[in-house]
Ligand binder design. Structure first.
Ligand SMILES: [Zn+2]
Ligand SMILES: [Zn+2]
Ligand SMILES: [Zn+2]
Length: 268
C-alpha cells in the first residue's frame, strides 16, 4: 500500500498563566507580557527567575516553557522534565552545557559532574543546552534560556510549567485520518509510526504492538503512555482471536538459556 505519511500542523501553545492559545512563534513575547500582568508573589528580595523553552529537535510539535529560580539545582529542572514528558522507569539523564556534562549518575571517566549545580551558576540568558533522557532509547531535548528576570519575592518562587503545546493532530501513516495509536516496535513516535484505530487493528497482530499517543515526545518509547487498561485490552483481543480460531489458552514453562525456567501463556 502506498504510504500516506503526513506531518501534523504544528499546534498552538497554551499559556498556562492566562489560559489562552498562542502561536508557537509568539509565545516568548506573550509570556513576557503575560508575566507583567500576573507577577510573582510580592516581597523585597531580588530573585533571578529563568524562563526556559524546551523542545524536542526531532518534533517541533512539542513545546514546553518552564520557570525556575536561579537558586534551584539542575536536579530540579531534571525532575520537571521527567514529570512533564519523560519518566517511564528511572533512566539516566544528563544536561550538556557547553563542554560540561551534568549527569544524575556521574561517570568520572567522562568528566561528568552531578546535578547539584545551581541554575544561576551554570545558565545564562540566550544559552542553548542539550538534554538526554535514557542512554539507550534516548529522548533528546534542547533547552533555550529565553529570559532571566529579576523578580521581587520573599522566597524563590515555585518552579512551574508556564506553557505547553496543545496535543498535535497526528495523521495515520496509512490513511491520513486522525491517528490515535503509535507502534511500540519503532523507537517511539514518528510521522511513519502513527496509526488510526482502524489501521492499527489491521496492521498489527495484537494490541501489544501499539500504544496510545500521548502528548509527549517520549510517547510509546519504553512503554511511555501505556496503561494497564491497554494491556488488558490487548490480552482480551488475543483471547478473542484465539477463541474464534478454536484455540485454547495454555500455560507453558520453557527452559531458557542458563537453565532459568520461564512461564508464559500460549494459544494452541
Ligand atoms: Zn498568557
Ligand atoms: Zn523506561
Ligand atoms: Zn488509518
Amino acid at each position: 500500500m502506498k504510504s500516506k505519511v503526513k506531518k501534523p500542523k504544528v499546534p498552538e501553545v497554551k499559556c498556562l498563566i492566562c489560559g489562552k492559545p498562542v502561536l508557537r512563534e509568539a509565545i516568548a513575547e506573550h509570556l513576557k507580557e503575560c508575566r507583567g500582568k500576573f507577577p510573582l508573589r510580592p516581597g523585597t528580595k531580588d530573585i533571578e527567575v529563568f524562563r526556559i523553552a524546551v523542545i524536542a529537535p526531532a518534533f517541533l510539535e512539542f513545546f514546553l516553557c518552564i520557570e525556575i529560580a536561579g537558586t534551584k539545582k539542575l536536579s530540579e529542572l531534571d525532575a520537571m522534565l521527567r514529570d512533564a514528558w519523560l519518566e517511564c522507569c528511572g533512566h539516566l539523564s544528563l544536561f550538556r552545557i557547553g563542554e560540561q556534562s551534568f549527569s544524575v549518575s556521574p561517570d568520572p571517566n567522562f568528566g561528568d559532574k552531578d546535578m547539584g549545580a545551581k541554575i544561576g551558576d551554570v545558565l545564562k540568558e540566550g544559552m542553548v543546552v542539550e538534554y538526554d533522557y535514557d542512554m539507550g532509547s534516548t529522548t533528546a531535548l534542547e533547552l533555550e534560556v529565553l529570559e532571566v528576570k529579576k523578580s521581587k519575592g520573599k522566597n524563590a518562587p515555585r518552579s512551574i510549567v508556564v506553557a505547553q503545546n496543545e496535543p498535535p493532530e497526528w495523521k495515520c501513516c496509512k490513511c491520513a485520518n486522525l491517528a490515535t495509536r503509535v507502534s511500540t516496535a519503532d523507537y517511539g513516535i514518528g510521522y511513519d509510526t502513527v496509526y488510526c484505530d482502524a489501521c492499527a487493528k489491521t496492521e498489527f497482530e495484537s494490541g501489544y504492538e501499539h500504544s496510545p499517543i500521548v502528548n509527549s515526545p517520549r510517547s510509546s518509547t519504553c512503554g511511555y503512555g501505556r496503561t494497564e487498561n491497554d494491556d488488558e485490552a490487548a490480552e482480551a483481543e488475543i483471547a478473542a482471536k484465539a477463541k474464534a480460531d478454536g484455540k485454547k489458552r495454555k500455560f507453558v514453562i520453557e527452559q531458557r538459556e542458563g537453565g532459568i525456567p520461564h512461564g508464559r501463556w500460549v494459544y494452541e
